[in-house]
Design a binder for this molecule. Structure first.
Ligand code: DGT
Ligand code: CA
Length: 577
């Protein structure tokens, strides 16, 4: 499918036009088209063949011509012209938090800054100071923004890693030589971001598996092609390592290559204390220079001979180590929440704001997942850029939901909102309107730079509003794009607990907010959670698994999560009806 490539080009064209100070509507049309194309479920070439391009929302005659041009020639002349004028590398500069198109252009024209390295150099050498609108503080922010972007370039988010790994696993699974195949490493531990993908295969015939791996269609370069280990770079520059191990030691290898490194170190220490040894080939009893294999075939057997319970991969981090390996006594592992415990999604958008699907389509997709409810929480009026819903339109939305609910027996659509929390902690709709919703999610989408006390006060105030049930993406982080804002999470947890407000674990892969560290901390502080997808398309409902993974990594149990409740229990919990 060429969908993603075309979406990417339109996204870039939007950004380049923004840098050129073009008409805002023109800029917006490229961004909107990029988003809509990226979210298409159908192959754009099929749509073109059926002459239905103009039916894609936001695609007018001009954009239709550009899509056709790309599908015919593999190029878009207008894009090439733009990159002649403005180097593409400036898009990365523009993506740095607190830079943006205007400053990127300023640095380019005044200082010939073409890329991130150039900007960093100019900032350190003091060349930025004195340019229009640049103060000492701006430079500090730019330098820390560069760090965020560099980290983002070095590590992909869990969503991307999952997609890449799944595509490779699906192809290799077809080989008769492959018995088991599991992505290990940070991906198996569901870490928020992943540097490279480590896949483990159980096979008696490694050579065949290696050959198939290095010839996969997604391979750009082969960095290594050995007898039992190979390493490739995909066309998107993602490193994937594949190891083949013998079936008899698959468990020990899986344990080793799942890590984390710190967890492995701890495991080795425990083994030594018991007169044993652990490595990727097994767990051994050591007696002088004699070694006897005790376990290797499955992870469970390896843990058992070390007198440990099975430790879920998500817990194999430094976090929670004092519970996993207490100084005296047995490891205590709670029964972690599972995806199957989730009974509904409490934060999705519809086309009433910036969602791609109708309320009905979102509801049907949730029903298909076996949910009991979904809350349609569109943006509030102030967030115009995301189609915030006006008070008049709310009435229409509510009627539509009531009408649909009449038809459902064991399913309910909740009338919700993701309401803007302003700079002072006030909410975008008045109390009367807020009282009419089934679910209110408070969210910060502006003024990320506020100092800690201000931001904390702002969030606490929203949290204590009697109508607010959930605080959306509590730290505002965008992985690789925007650092979290500065908030006293402890204070927020305490206020949330007192006010019966739930902290969101936002499952959207570029957010994952709260992240697992914050979840772990918030849980200790007594907070309760709602795991939501923030879906803007039915396809995004799948992201729930990532939010659940964050909860598991934070040692969260079912009882601490609002949307594991049945509809009746949920209403009771939030004092509705
Ligand atoms: P990443 O790739 O940075 O997101 O994180 P990981 O955990 O996937 O790290 P990676 O890819 O370097 O290695 C995969 C696993 O292999 C790691 O979690 C533990 C194991 N491993 C790798 N190198 C070592 C090592 O030097 N010592 C030990 N004990 N384990 C290692
Ligand atoms: Ca890795």
């Amino acid at each position: 499918m060429k969908n993603q490539v075309i979406a990417e080009i339109f996204q870039r064209m939007g950004a380049l036009l923004e840098m050129k100070d073009e008409n805002v509507f023109r800029i917006r049309s490229y961004y909107k088209a990029a988003e809509n194309i990226a979210n298409l479920a159908e192959d754009i070439e099929t749509i073109r063949r059926d002459k239905r391009l103009s039916e894609i929302p936001g695609i007018g005659k001009t954009l239709e011509e550009k899509i056709t041009e790309f599908l015919d020639t593999g190029k878009i002349a207008a894009y090439d012209n733009l990159t002649q004028e403005i180097p593409e590398s400036l898009l990365q500069v523009m993506a740095i938090p607190s830079v943006g198109p205007k400053k990127a252009k300023l640095f380019f024209t005044k200082l010939k800054v073409k890329d991130i390295d150039g900007l960093e150099k100019a900032a350190i050498q003091g060349q930025l100071l004195g340019l229009e609108g640049i103060r000492e503080k701006t430079i500090e922010k730019i330098l820390s923004g560069i760090k965020v972007v560099r980290q983002g370039n070095a590590r992909m988010n869990l969503g991307t890693a999952t997609d890449v790994a799944q595509a490779i696993v699906a192809q290799l699974k077809k080989l008769p030589q492959v018995k088991q195949i599991i992505p290990a490493g940070s991906l198996r531990r569901s870490k928020e971001t992943v540097r490279d993908i480590d896949i483990l295969v159980d096979s008696h015939d490694p050579q065949k598996v290696m050959d198939a791996f290095v010839h996969l269609p997604q391979v750009k370069t082969i960095n290594g092609h050995g007898a039992t280990k190979s390493s490739i770079l995909t066309k998107d520059n993602i490193q994937v390592d594949l190891r083949v191990v013998e079936p008899k030691s698959f468990g020990a290898a899986l344990l080793y290559f799942t890590g984390s490194t710190n967890f492995n170190v701890k495991l080795r220490q425990i083994a030594i204390r018991k007169g044993m040894k652990v490595n990727e080939y097994g767990v051994f009893a050591v007696n002088g220079d004699k070694e006897k294999l005790l376990a290797a075939k499955t992870e469970k057997e390896c843990f058992a001979v070390l007198d440990l319970p099975f430790i879920p991969p998500e817990l194999r981090e430094d976090m929670g180590e004092r519970f996993l390996f207490p100084d005296n006594g047995q490891a205590r592992i709670p029964k972690l929440i599972e995806l199957a415990d989730i009974k509904g999604d409490l934060h999705v958008h519809s086309n009433y704001s910036d969602g791609q699907n109708t309320i009905y389509e979102m509801a049907e997709a949730c029903r298909a997942k076996g949910y009991e409810y979904v809350a349609i929480c569109d943006h509030s009026y102030k967030l115009r850029v995301a189609g915030g819903v006006s008070p008049e339109n709310l009435k229409k939305k509510r009627k539509e939901i009531e009408y649909l609910n009449k038809k459902y027996k064991n399913f309910r659509i909740l009338f919700g909102t993701e309401v803007e929390i302003d700079m002072n902690g006030n909410l975008d709709y008045n109390e009367k309107i807020l009282g009419e919703f089934d679910i209110v999610i408070g969210a910060v989408h502006s003024g990320f730079d506020q100092p800690r006390e201000k931001m904390t006060a702002r969030l606490l105030k929203a949290c204590r509003n009697q109508h607010v049930n959930i605080i959306a993406h509590p730290t505002g982080v965008h992985l690789g794009k925007r650092a979290p804002y500065d908030v006293d999470l402890k204070a927020l947890c305490h206020a949330a607990q007192e006010a019966n407000t739930f902290l969101e674990i936002n499952s959207f892969p570029i957010r994952l907010d709260l992240n697992s560290n914050n979840v772990f901390f918030a849980k200790q502080e007594g907070a309760h959670f709602s795991i939501n997808t923030d879906s803007h398309h039915t396809d995004h409902l799948e992201y729930m698994k990532f939010g659940v993974a964050m909860a598991r990594r934070g040692w969260v149990e079912k009882k601490q999560v609002l949307n594991t409740l049945s509809l009746d229990e949920l209403y009771k919990k939030i004092n509705k009806r």
